[in-house]
Design a protein around this ligand. Structure first.
Ligand code: 6PG
Length: 247
């Protein structure tokens, strides 16, 4: 494992996806501990994807499950597919099955995106309202946002060329994604950038070209939306495996 520190972010390169998931679980536990000690609670937004799933499974193992202050951890999501919560594509369902159903988290600590609402804009507005109420501000700052990145450079459900990329003062928006011919609900880049910690989890050789463009290429967020992620005051950590980092 090696770390490269830059002025805008830190890049941690792990041997493979398994090491990446273990290290991500360790960082989650460290932050949960620190925030609950200092502030009495820890707020985190989860993402979909294969690497987070592996991390969730590690967190549900006895060593973490017994040690973490679950009652003080509050779960949100960075994005959701517009399906019911028991659908195979649901990010909530994935997190629930891999982690939330296996550790003692009070039901009221779980703030899923109500993406089954056929009125997608209303779903985004309701989710925004839930965050506004919980954080008691128009501009919530999560303690940690986990993000994945697709081989096309998307993150959360901020896909290339979609309307959700436009600067917005909304907390979350509905976003039509042409390539899937379906809707997603996503936090805006503005909301993600207010987080105190942002961690990208990126594994696999298919991500290497986009990772290089996002980190080292010219600014082009229309094509590589992950470039929109620049925390306004928090820390940005890219956790990647050797395969994704190969370029
Ligand atoms: C989703 C996501 C999405 C995901 C990336 C990376 O709902 O699909 O939240 O942004 O994180 O597509 O996914 P993988 O880690 O599985 O490649």
């Amino acid at each position: 494992m090696r770390t490269i520190r830059q002025s805008t972010h830190e890049l941690l390169i792990c041997a493979d996806a398994a090491e990446l998931a273990r290290e991500a679980a360790r960082r989650f536990a460290e932050l949960a501990e620190a925030f609950t000690n200092d502030a009495g609670r820890f707020t985190v937004a989860l993402s979909g994807g294969s690497t987070p799933k592996a991390m969730f499974q590690i967190l549900a193992d006895k060593a973490f499950a017994d040690a973490l202050p679950w009652r003080s951890i509050y779960f949100f999501w960075g994005d959701e597919r517009c399906v019911p919560p028991d659908h195979a594509d649901s990010n909530y369902r994935m997190a629930y099955e891999a982690l939330l159903s296996r550790v003692p988290i009070p039901r009221e600590n779980i703030f899923r995106i109500p993406a089954e609402d056929e009125d997608h804009k209303r779903a985004a507005a309701n989710y925004s309202e839930n965050l506004r109420t919980f954080f008691d501000t128009e501009r919530p700052s999560l303690d940690l946002v986990f993000l994945g990145m697709g081989a096309d450079g998307h993150t959360a459900s901020l896909f290339p060329g979609t309307t959700a990329l436009c600067p917005s003062d909304r907390i979350a928006v509905a976003n039509y994604v042409d390539k899937f011919q379906s809707w997603r609900i996503t936090l805006t880049a503005d909301t993600i950038n207010r987080a105190r910690n942002i961690i990208f989890l990126v594994a696999g050789a298919d991500k290497a070209p986009a990772l290089k463009e996002v980190i080292e290429g010219p600014r082009n967020p229309e094509q590589y939306p992950s470039q929109l992620i620049k925390p306004s005051h928090g820390a940005l950590l890219w956790m990647v495996d050797e395969a994704a980092a190969k370029l």
